[in-house]
Design a protein around this ligand. Structure first.
Ligand code: ADP
Ligand code: ADP
Ligand code: MG
Length: 448
């Protein structure tokens, strides 16, 4: 096992990784921007290094500064968390050339899967269904129009390098396709410095169901069941649960095998997530692979009893998986809510400012992963996640009851949060009966 690693992230995930390291006896180096100088995770780390001013480009996304911090502190490995540099193949490559281990798949695997067009090709070749669409990047508008007419509207325009719900547009006709193309391209150029987009069929009333995969450096690969992330807003997840109320054991088996087929074809190692859309007719389609730990990993931890961050560290240090596929069992039901600092009255705009009171819930089966405390200032530079509230109960009905109880208990003052929205959603008949798709939240908010 490693003696000392650097955590190239901030907020709740930095705290989560540092906690796992402490339990494994690994020393930690935390990096921070000037905006995070008072952050809680810094107090738990063995060493801290300031890597620049608040804006991410000058700190958490600045490869030379992070590598310098790693070299000064003489770490053996870097854990990238999620977001920031976690899916950046070039960063993984620089780590390799500096003889620092990047805790994640190889740069080659990341390159293959980081581009959604390439990932689609790889999945198709592995016999896994993908959403019908253009064979590659569409350059000319005429090409997009002919693909859309062939597969039929509505279609989705997607940035090949996209992530975090950015670079996505739905088009219902030729006119909206042409404006959508321009919008998706410029959004992708601004966010990822790559403007390549492709077109695929929009799958109506689909659920988002994803599989957690895990592979060691010896070539063993297993999956840890699924997470249903159908409650979304602006194509970003709000609530995640495991198991999915929409999967039979047979469907789980088939989709799990498909997730492993994609991972195997990409030579996947470490932790990753294969994302699928599940249509109302039970047909599933691979959409993308996320080559990192996911925000919603705790729901998988609760139902499998595994500590996924420790598993990442064990895999990176060369240990073999201690679990075979048949040893994986899903116990009960776990649900997670992303508590964001957002103003429901102002179209969910992020709310920066001081949290005057932060009093999280507790009690049996309740877990809160958060870096926030009373007096904490939410910075405008980073995403608006304040906390992840996770409950674990024997069955879905009890989990929903526990979640409602925990949300009622959760007090956050000083900034607006998504807690009131979740209280409404968890009381909604469609959620309670498991009858939702990825448009449920927006339809609900739109008064539908
Ligand atoms: P998931 O939610 O499935 O784990 P996302 O693609 O939504 O995956 O992104 C994970 C997290 O990382 C989100 O909280 C998102 O806001 C954040 N994120 C994604 N890309 C960046 C980036 N370039 N810089 C900062 N944060 C990012
Ligand atoms: P990102 O990289 O931003 O996470 P994804 O490709 O994973 O982008 O898609 C994000 C979300 O957008 C999905 O969870 C789903 O709600 C919606 N979506 C993506 N592709 C389609 C599609 N072809 N049809 C319907 N909805 C889609
Ligand atoms: Mg996705």
């Amino acid at each position: 096992m490693f003696n000392r690693i650097l955590v190239a992230n901030r907020g709740e995930i930095a705290l989560r990784v540092i906690r796992a390291c402490q339990e494994l006896g690994i020393q930690t180096v935390a990096v921070y921007s000037e905006a995070d100088k008072d952050a809680l995770y810094l107090r738990l780390a063995d060493e801290t290094v300031c890597i620049g001013p608040g804006p991410s480009k000058q700190s958490y996304l600045d490869i030379p500064r992070i590598i310098s911090a790693a070299e000064i502190t003489d770490v053996e490995a870097i854990h990238p968390g999620y977001g920031f540099l976690s899916e950046n193949a070039q960063f993984a490559e620089v780590c390799r050339s500096c003889h620092i281990q990047f805790i994640g798949p190889s740069p080659e695997t990341m390159r293959k899967l980081g581009d959604k067009v390439e990932a689609r090709k790889l999945a198709r070749e592995a016999g896994v269904p993908v959403v019908p669409g253009s064979p590659g990047i569409v350059v000319e508008e005429a090409e997009a129009l002919s693909v859309a007419r062939e597969i039929g509207y509505p279609v989705m325009i997607k940035a090949a390098s996209g992530g975090g719900g950015r670079g996505l547009r739905v088009a219902h006709n030729d006119a909206s396709l042409s404006t959508g193309l321009r919008a998706a391209r410029s959004e992708a150029e601004a966010a990822f410095k790559k403007s390549g987009v492709y077109v695929e069929k929009y799958i109506p009333r689909a659920r988002h169901v994803e599989f957690q995969v895990m592979g060691d450096l010896q070539g063993r690969l297993i999956h840890l069941g699924e997470r249903d992330c159908s409650l979304q807003r602006r194509h970003q997840k709000l609530v995640e649960e495991s198991p999915s109320p929409a999967l039979t054991p047979e469907a789980r088996q088939r989709m799990g095998a498909a997730a492993l087929a994609v991972a195997r074809a990409a030579g996947y190692t470490h932790l990753g997530t294969a994302e699928f859309l599940l249509a109302p007719d039970s047909q599933f389609y691979f959409i993308e692979m996320n080559c990192r730990i996911q925000v919603e990993h705790p729901v998988t931890e609760m139902v499998t009893g595994l500590d996924l961050v420790k598993e990442q560290l064990r895999i990176a240090s060369g240990e073999s998986l201690r679990l075979a596929q048949e040893d994986v069992r899903l116990h009960g039901c776990a649900i997670e809510c992303r508590i964001n600092a957002e103003d429901p009255e102002n179209d969910f705009a992020p709310c920066a400012g001081k949290v005057s009171l932060f009093s999280p819930p507790g009690g049996p089966g309740t877990r809160v992963d958060s870096h926030v405390h009373s007096g904490y200032t939410v910075s405008p530079f980073y995403d608006s996640l304040l906390a992840k509230l996770i409950v674990h109960r024997e069955n879905r009905r009890d989990a929903i009851a526990a979640m409602r109880r925990a949300l009622e208990e959760f007090v956050v003052e000083g900034v607006k949060t998504t807690i009131p929205l979740y209280l409404e959603l968890f009381g909604h008949t469609n959620y309670i009966t498991g009858d939702v798709d990825t448009t449920f939240v927006e339809t609900y908010l739109g008064g539908g």
